[in-house]
Write a protein of this length. Sequence first.
Length: 157
Amino acid sequence: MHDPDVHFKRITAATVLDVCKLSQTLSDEQRKMVADNAVSLAQAAYSDGAWVRAIYADSDLVGFIMLHLGSDYDDGIDCPGVFLWRLMIAGPFQGKGYGARAIHRLLAHLRSMGVRELYTCCETGPAGPEGFYRRLGFEPTGDCYGDQPEYVLRLDE
């Protein structure tokens, strides 16, 4: 069986609508857990620290990832390093390992840049991604962003 290559691509004028439409594939419960991709892209457009990419498995658009680099009070990100601001895998592609493989691809990229920690936060609850992040090795820091617990993954361990 073919193991698709999970990789990132820049979002372009030709692909931005397809990336936005991915949010419509999530369940109602999941849509309460992560901002729509259109909202994320709008926030990124006004942030000096945002890094956004579409996630592909071979040639299939399967998700969206957004990082924040460095702390920025105006963006509401109080993290000195790299913060995983958003991650979503479209409904039809969930449960196939694409999210975990996207994170592993991201970690390899961050390690090559000398980054030692990746932070994130997430909603908790039955439809939340907390278990996903914990399985990947993220650990709670004890801090919160609003009512969302913060997690860190140490890349040098």
